[in-house]
Design a protein around this ligand. Structure first.
Ligand code: MG
Length: 368
């Protein structure tokens, strides 16, 4: 079946509540919803998600203007050939990996619907039935962070991820108070989002945090400080999880060769799609490294794509992933709910991504 049309609809998705990390505060997300149709009228859905620089709307425009026509007439199932073409169009631009991911996801959704198979079956089949998810704690007042931690534990999350990096003393206080307020078996992770300036500062903070039970430290230093990250990995007790350092397979290769990571945080978006993300998992496996899944935060279409990958990948870490971006949004463009219960995300066995577009809602959330 051939591609008849490719359209990206720019949408603005409102958050329930503004969320802060060391890079900024977010009250809405500007994403793009990719719709690829065949001549029979069947469609596949993808999402272009970008947290920074005002979101993905400029990328949506570029795809509609410069990419869409080039895809029309191609066989839907020729993912490798289409991927190669998109790689040529994405040369020198990490931003366009996000566009490639949105398009490739829509193709997988379409192929799933055509074959009546869930996408994880197209990626190698089921390695697990559910994905452990982190409970999120954003930067806020100390009282609010402790309250949120208790709330997340009561919701069933087994692992909490605390954003840090704006105020070292306050971060340490927050971790101490959270640790004292929740049961011991609940694991703590921090995400500095590159905020710490030197390996000396990072080591001091990691050592103190480890004493309060922080077992994973996500992206303590800037993305390109691989020598320093490798040193931290060798000289601290916590596991080093790299996020901003890893977009695509080339980044992952550099991190793995440098021995800079205990775990890699993989995004379908940043890797240029499901195949790009799968390649990172497979490369990491050669180094005996497990991966977790990140969140841009994608809404339900993008989150479903990440979840489908997570169900399939053998070396998805037993430590929790972040496939919970969709929980941030007050409104979304699909009919189906995604459910996190007792700290785990499960997805349906329905064809494709398992979500279908609510075109009324899409119209409502679309922006010019
Ligand atoms: Mg992160």
């Amino acid at each position: 079946m051939k591609i008849a049309s490719v359209e990206v609809v720019p949408v603005r998705l409102p958050h329930y509540k503004a969320a802060s990390d060391s890079l900024g505060t977010y009250s809405f997300s500007n994403h793009g919803i990719v719709i690829i149709r065949t001549e029979s009228g069947l469609y596949g859905a993808g999402e272009i998600a970008l947290a920074w620089f005002g979101g993905a709307h400029s990328i949506c425009r570029e795809v509609n203007e410069f990419w869409a026509d080039q895809l029309i007439g191609q066989e839907v199932t020729d993912i490798a050939a289409i991927s190669k073409k998109l790689d040529e169009l994405s040369d020198f631009s990490k931003r366009h990996l996000l566009a490639k991911a949105g398009i490739e996801t829509a193709l997988y959704d379409l192929i799933g619907k055509m074959t009546q198979l869930p996408v994880y079956q197209l990626l190698g089949g089921k390695s697990r039935t559910r994905i452990p998810i982190t409970g999120a704690i954003h930067i806020d007042s100390l009282d609010m962070m402790v309250e949120t931690a208790k709330q997340r534990v009561s919701e069933g999350f087994k692992e909490l991820k605390i954003k840090v990096g704006l105020d070292d003393e306050k971060d340490l206080k927050a971790i101490r108070q959270i640790r004292n307020a929740i049961p011991d078996p609940v694991l703590l992770r921090v995400d500095a989002n590159m905020a710490w300036r030197t390996k000396k500062q990072a080591k001091k903070l990691i050592d103190e945090m480890f004493a309060f039970g922080v077992h994973i430290v996500e992206q303590p230093l800037r993305d390109d400080c691989l020598d320093e990250l490798s040193w931290l990995r060798d000289n601290t007790e916590a596991l080093i999880l790299l996020d901003e350092s890893v977009w695509d397979i080339c980044d992952a290769k550099r991190c793995l060769e440098k021995g800079a990571a205990d775990l890699l945080h993989v995004y379908v978006s940043e890797a240029g799609g499901l195949n790009g993300a799968r390649k990172i998992f497979e490369l990491a496996e050669l180094y005996n490294i497990d991966c977790t899944l990140g969140s841009m935060p994608e809404a339900r279409i993008g989150s479903s794509a990440s979840a489908q990958l997570g169900i399939a990948m053998g070396n998805l870490s037993a430590f929790a992933s972040d496939v919970r971006g969709f929980t941030a949004y007050r409104e979304d463009v699909v009919h189906e709910e995604l459910i996190i219960a007792d700290g785990y995300l499960t997805i349906p066995d329905t064809p494709g991504l398992g979500v279908t577009i609510d075109f009324e809602k899409l119209k409502k959330l679309a922006v010019q």
